[in-house]
Design a protein around this ligand. Structure first.
Ligand code: GLC
Length: 578
């Protein structure tokens, strides 16, 4: 897909001898779509209870049309005690009353389809809620029962069984095992309220198939598979080798500087601290190969089963959450009989650095295309600090986030935005007594978790909750920092991040310069890069250095910041056409 460093000319020039691979006209929608993640609790509330809901989404589909995205991914709306904001599912084929009803969901899908929007929803196959009927039955039925066999119950170690069966830790902190009244332990890689399913049990397979068909029959266009590198566990649940579990498995935990309360304010305060912290890593890395909790080979049979079901529904797709950093192991999930696509988190894990971005792009592109899939780019989601904050916060963070968006949207493949990313929202820290993420309690109040990136969307007005709800309060606070970043304000400002993203998506959809599935890199000054889409010739230049740089030849289509004397300023990106 991308070329080796040494193969490229030093400036963008006439097309060379590279093979140009045009996307076939019939390429499925998901191969090139710009998708938009709606974090349901925080998008729009229709009934005044301060929690976003399905009619709230339905009432704002016009906004998604205006934005120009082609697909919406809705996070879990299933009945749930909300121990992990809905990722603890008590009934995979229902709707939690706080989000609406099945009829609301049907209305939402119909309305989205009328507008030409595809709808993707989460499925959570690694675990259930502890309130699911199955787990309640497992507790009641006792040790050795078929009901317990749907989960991972084990006896503990030591003569009285009082030590956990192995040394695994939960991604949210603390041991991955909890003990029940009769002395057995059960495994939960996440919160204790999220018991892991036993994927060696036939009921578990049959239940997922039933769930997939249930939603596909209702007209959904695909699934985002939660923890798609989980599910299968190694034979005998062996101890993890020392050092492989620390802060690994899934990069859900924000970096330390946010835990210490220095998340960036919209006015740029704390920017300097955050730059240093953001560039030193940002999020916890993906699971290392030696971590036995994730990426076990047995998972691929499960993905093959999922694929067989999906293939019965033409046009439907799967998008895995695969936090596996080894490109070859990552690619295994994308083989033709497994997932259609998987989020590649290498851009999320990169600091704002041209070399690191380029490496991330190359490795992701090679991984996906090596098995005939194509990349799905993302810079943000509900589990990680927002890009503005990761890149330093304030004006610098915003400039870098805007530049990164142009890089992402210039790349071949699909791309997903996270609600509020198009507004350039920063993560804003939540006071201790309002924190909801289980990480806060599980880590003994040392990790604040992900709430700072899950705050309600600011729609309009000057005061919290900015049109998010007509109620008096919101499930997480709507911060003062969002007052200048509302949709209403940004629509009126031609230079806003919202208008930048709208323009970028429109160009990406309509301009023939964006055709083709390959890119070539050009030589560029240190701290910068430029690549060209081999099909249509679009050039994207990034200046992640300190001083303005001359643009490559071509006419400027769009820039993330105004040019300075015709040059691209620091922390900016530009699109050019031949
Ligand atoms: C995924 C979700 C995250 C959730 C976890 C456990 O990583 O994105 O929000 O906490 O799975 O279900």
């Amino acid at each position: 897909m991308t070329r080796a460093v040494n193969d490229v000319p030093t400036t963008p020039g006439p097309a060379d001898d590279s093979a140009t691979v045009q996307a076939p006209v019939t390429a499925p929608w998901w191969t090139t779509a710009v998708g938009y993640q709606v974090y349901i609790r925080s998008f729009a509330d229709s009934d005044g209870n301060g929690i976003g809901d399905l009619p709230g989404i339905n009432g704002h589909l016009g906004y998604l049309e205006l934005l120009g995205v082609q697909a919406v991914w809705i996070t879990p709306f299933y009945p749930s005690p909300m121990a992990d904001a809905g990722y603890d599912v008590a009934d995979p084929r229902g709707v939690d009353p706080s989000f609406g009803t099945l009829s609301d969901l049907d209305a939402l899908v119909a309305s989205a389809h009328t507008r030409g929007l595809k709808v993707v929803i989460d499925v959570v196959p690694n675990h259930t809620s502890d309130q699911r009927d199955w787990f309640v039955a497992a507790l009641a039925a006792g040790r050795g029962s078929p009901e317990r066999d749907r989960y991972l119950f084990r006896d503990g170690k030591g003569s009285d069984g009082s030590r956990p069966p192995n040394n695994w830790t939960s991604v949210f902190g603390g041991p991955a095992w909890s003990r029940v009244d009769d002395g057995q332990w059960y495994l939960h890689l996440f919160a204790p309220e999220q018991p892991d399913l036993n994927w060696d049990n036939a009921d578990v397979w049959a239940d997922l198939e039933r769930t997939l068909r249930f939603w596909l029959d209702r007209g959904f266009d695909g699934f985002r598979i939660d923890v798609a590198h989980g599910m299968a566990k190694p034979e005998g649940l062996p101890d993890a080798p020392e050092g492989t579990l620390a802060a690994s498995g899934q990069p859900t935990l924000p970096r330390t500087d946010m835990a210490e309360g220095t998340a960036t304010a919209a006015d740029g305060s704390a920017a300097a601290d955050s730059v240093a912290a953001g560039e030193s890593g940002g999020v916890v890395p993906s699971a290392p190969a030696a971590d036995p909790r994730f990426d076990n080979d047995g998972v691929h049979d499960i993905h093959r089963m999922i694929r067989r079901v999906i293939d019965e529904y033409p046009g439907a797709t799967t998008l895995g959450e695969v936090w596996v950093s080894d490109p070859e192991r990552f690619a295994r999930y994308l083989r033709p009989d497994e997932l259609h696509q998987a989020f590649d988190f290498s851009l999320v894990e990169s600091p704002f650095d041209a070399t690191r971005f380029r490496q991330a792009i190359d490795s992701a592109a090679v991984a996906a295309t090596s098995v005939g899939s194509n990349p799905v780019w993302t810079l943000s989601n509900h589990d990680v600090p927002r890009p503005v904050t990761r890149y330093g916060g304030g004006a610098v963070g915003t400039d870098r986030a805007r530049a990164s968006l142009l890089v992402e949207l210039a790349l071949p493949g699909a791309a997903y935005l996270y609600n509020g990313e198009e507004l350039g929202l920063p993560s804003v820290e939540v006071p201790d007594d309002k924190l909801q993420d289980p990480t806060w309690e599980r880590s003994g109040h040392t990790q604040r978790g992900r709430d700072a990136s899950r705050l309600p969307m600011p729609w309009e007005g000057d005061e919290p909750p900015y049109g998010f709800t007509e109620g008096m309060s919101t499930w997480l606070p709507a911060p003062a920092e969002y007052a200048t970043l509302t949709v209403e304000r940004q629509l009126d400002d031609p230079g806003s991040t919202l208008n930048l993203v709208r323009t970028a998506i429109e160009l990406r959809q309509r301009n023939p310069a964006f055709s083709g599935t390959e890119i070539s890199w050009y030589g560029a000054p240190s701290g910068c890069f430029a690549f060209r889409r081999d099909g249509g010739g679009l050039v994207c230049a990034l200046n992640a250095g300190d001083t303005p740089i001359a643009l490559p030849p071509g006419s400027v289509l769009l820039t993330s910041a105004p040019l300075v004397n015709g040059e691209l300023p620091a922390n900016a990106a530009a699109w050019l056409i031949p």
